[in-house]
Design a binder for this molecule. Structure first.
Ligand SMILES: C/C=C(\C)C(=O)SCCNC(=O)CCNC(=O)[C@H](O)C(C)(C)COP(=O)(O)OP(=O)(O)OC[C@H]1O[C@@H](n2cnc3c(N)ncnc32)[C@H](O)[C@@H]1OP(=O)(O)O
Length: 719
């Protein structure tokens, strides 16, 4: 857990040994305490260097231990003892110094980092604050404004930035430990009092109150209802206004308000869920750690619409050669100009040069004969996609992996028209594809484990959070969206307005309510799908009773909106009105209000007052219920996968953990009761009928979300 060596005859080298990130578990803290005691008491030792094994200094406290009672020596007294010691201590930082790891570095008298190291206090992203003295020491070292930014955002700093801010004493490209040992030897005998950060006076900040107020407004706007950044601000205020001894008490009080909070639990769940999601597994035993991905050096994208352009950018910026194909010269030229502009802006922002030499634009599929992988991103039309896949089968070499970016069509039907169904897989990107982090990798029944591994690994290389899902209409994300959207429109029929529904969801924490989100995405896509499914348009059976289709409750209001040419932001009108086509400033539209009033009176619906609680329950419990069905059907392997999809693809608030975690926090029994209540009132809405898995979990005593998998006896996993 910590290795102790004497080097250069007088330097104690203490190495944290807790792979993979040398987290400060109870065992590590125990070993550290012993090692420090030994170093300080050994007369041969004149200085100490602390480093981490395998090129990683320390990833902070062991987050897994937060769920249980505190064991082993607490961190704060251990860190205080290091700082107070009479021998110089140097931190040799390689890899990362994060959270408690960064706080450990702050109590060392000197800090030396490798030029590739990253440093930061990400506790806020876990619903916490840096409570091992971080909120009190950092402002004393670098001043309030810079410390406030680091602590409230959790941003990682590069070594160069940390050096400029005065956090580091030296950055090196050599062996960091060796440099630190030499540095420590030179520090022997020099006075330490000015090196003890807790003893420094916090630099005076002009207009402190105005600064704190401005940052408070900023964090409230960015993450509505999230507690940790606000507690961080209060702790930093203490560093500016109180002596260290009092400030540290304030830090600990504020931490106590966060530590067991639902938000902290949700955010820590998200941390692990995100890492679990990449670990896909198939019923045949193939999984993430025993399936080798193909190496992808070149790729082709077919279709340079919004999605295609974003995918080209995502590939090119990680160094993959891309051939982009369009069907018409004009479309090709427009797409090319847009891709080049996007890549140039992206490169400028990242301070690198744009990788335009990796791009080739063509009208001919024949140019794809040598590529390693193709991603089809044409219009969402099965017949068109089938034609493309048939053509690709003929043109591409037999080993080329063929992917579709469909957002919900049958991946296996596409595989079926090729000569290589085992090499076909879905790569469902989210718009805009070069910005959104989520990738659903859709595993068809015939996709080989190598193909799945290739798509998952390519997603990771592009910086995406990739989740393997099964093949069914809408996969996971879009399949769950349907009950959510249905409930929102039913609420309009019953008396709510789009702005009321959106406000309730935004107060819950969504960046955007469902109607604003629909306006942004465009209303015409859903309209076309409903027409194709015979739910609206000329193919609707005239014998259908009003507001019912296929034996179920149906709300035609979204169709009525589209019939008026209101397709959302792009047309300047949708559920809201905008200043101009493409405008983003949504204003409530009296015409929508009138339309809803006329609609209700035409169907004799008496509008009623609808509470925010009902809005949240109906939208989100219906969403989670569909999640249970997805687990039952084997379309997602675990609740964590569903939550990750909603966090990264649909703006579900991270401090609520995702729809499945949220349901477990509300209490499965309570959610079940409410769903049964709403289903009784709406027996013609099957999405409100609690799924059998949901009932089973409640009957089993509502186990925590991490244990649900044990209860999912999937008869036929689609993964
Ligand atoms: C009070 C609170 C205090 C004092 C704190 O310190 S809170 C913790 C603050 N630290 C962090 O938030 C850092 C969290 N970790 C990361 O950001 C990253 O893991 C990393 C940058 C350190 C490394 O990233 P990467 O190389 O991509 O590796 P992974 O993220 O995949 O992680 C590898 C495995 O290590 C587990 N892990 C990482 N950090 C911790 C931790 N602090 N405690 C416990 N476990 C940690 C992570 O879950 C991965 O586990 P497996 O999935 O492989 O099982």
């Amino acid at each position: 857990m910590a290795r102790y060596e004497l080097v250069k005859r007088s330097v104690a080298l203490i190495t944290l040994t807790n792979p993979p990130v040398n987290a400060l578990s109870s065992a590590v803290r125990h070993a550290m305490a012993k090692s420090m005691e030994r170093a300080l008491n050994d007369p041969k030792v004149t200085a100490v260097v602390i480093c981490g094994e395998n090129g990683r200094f320390c990833g902070g406290a062991d987050i897994r231990e937060f769920a249980g009672p505190l064991r082993g020596p607490p961190l704060v007294p251990l860190l205080d003892a290091i700082e107070a010691g009479q021998k110089p201590v140097v931190a040799a930082i390689e890899g990362v110094a994060l959270g408690g790891g960064f706080e450990l570095a702050l109590v060392c008298h000197y800090r030396i980092a490798h030029f590739k190291a990253r440093l930061g206090l990400p506790e806020v992203t876990l619903g916490l604050l840096p409570a091992a003295g971080g909120t009190q020491r950092l402002p004393r070292l670098i001043g309030i404004p810079a410390a406030l930014e680091m602590i409230t955002t959790g941003r990682h700093l590069s070594a160069q930035e940390a050096l400029k801010l005065g956090i580091l004493d030296q950055v090196t490209e050599q062996n960091t430990c060796e440099v630190a040992v030499e540095f420590a030897l030179r520090a022997v005998g020099k006075p330490l009092s000015s090196r003890r950060v807790s003893m420094l006076t916090t630099p005076c900040t002009p207009d402190l109150d105005a600064l704190l107020e401005a940052v408070t407004m900023q964090v409230k706007k960015k993450a509505r209802g999230v507690m940790a950044p606000l507690a961080c601000i209060q702790a930093v205020r203490a560093a500016a206004t109180m002596p260290y001894s009092k400030g540290i008490k304030r830090e600990s009080e504020l931490m106590a308000t966060l530590f067991n909070s639902g938000q902290a639990q949700a955010l820590q769940y998200c941390f692990f869920a995100q890492r679990t999601a990449g670990k896909w597994t198939l019923p045949n035993g193939a999984q993430w750690n025993n399936s080798k991905p193909r190496e992808i050096r070149s790729a082709a994208i077919i279709g340079l619409g919004t999605m295609g352009r974003g995918i080209v950018v995502s590939l090119a910026r990680v160094g993959i050669s891309v051939i982009a194909v369009e069907s018409e010269k004009k479309l090709l030229e427009t797409g090319k100009q847009m891709v080049i502009g996007m890549l140039e802006r992206d490169a400028k922002r990242r301070g690198v040069s744009a990788s335009l030499n990796l791009l080739k634009f063509t009208l001919s599929l024949q140019d794809l004969k040598d590529v390693d992988l193709v991603i089809e991103a044409v219009f969402e039309d099965m017949a068109l996609k089938k034609r493309v896949f048939q053509e690709l089968s003929k043109v591409c070499r037999p080993a080329t992996v063929l992917c579709t970016n469909t957002s919900g069509l049958d991946v296996d039907a596409l595989a079926g028209v090729t000569d290589r169904p085992h090499l076909v897989v879905g790569m469902h990107f989210f718009s805009p594809a070069h910005v959104m982090k989520l990738l659903e990798v859709v595993c068809g029944p015939r996709s080989s484990s190598e193909t799945i591994a290739t798509a998952m690994s390519l997603g990771k290389r592009m910086g995406k959070v990739s989740v393997a899902v099964g093949n069914c209409p809408g996969f996971v994300g879009n399949r769950m969206l349907k009950p959510y959207l249905d409930q929102a429109t039913f609420l309009l029929e019953e008396g709510a307005t789009p702005e009321q529904v959106d406000k309730a969801l935004e107060d819950f924490g969504f960046a955007m309510g469902v109607f604003r989100m629909s306006d942004l995405a465009g209303l015409d896509v859903g309209w076309r799908i409903r027409k194709e499914s015979g739910l609206t348009g000329p193919d609707v059976d005239p014998k259908n009773p009003p507001r019912r289709r296929q034996g179920r409750r149906y709300c035609p209001v979204p169709d009525m909106i589209c019939e008026q040419g209101r397709f959302g932001q792009k047309t300047g009108r949708g559920w809201y009105m905008y200043d101009k086509p493409g405008g983003t400033n949504a204003k409530p539209d009296p015409l929508i209000q009138n339309l809803l009033e006329m609609y209700r009176s035409r169907y004799g619906i008496q509008p009623r007052n609808i509470s925010d609680q009902e809005i949240i329950e109906r939208c989100l419990f219906a969403l989670a219920n569909e999640g249970f069905r997805i687990l039952e059907d084997g379309i997602a392997a675990r609740p964590e996968d569903i939550d990750v999809i909603y966090l990264f693809g649909y703006g579900f608030p991270r401090h609520r953990g995702g729809p499945m975690f949220y349901a477990s926090m509300v209490g499965l029994e309570r959610v079940l009761q409410r769903l049964e209540h709403y289903h009784q009132a709406n027996p013609d809405v099957p999405h409100l009928e609690p799924s059998p898995l949901f009932k089973k979990l409640v009957a089993c005593g509502s186990p925590p979300v991490q244990k649900w998998r044990e209860h999912i006896k999937t008869m036929h996993s689609h993964l």
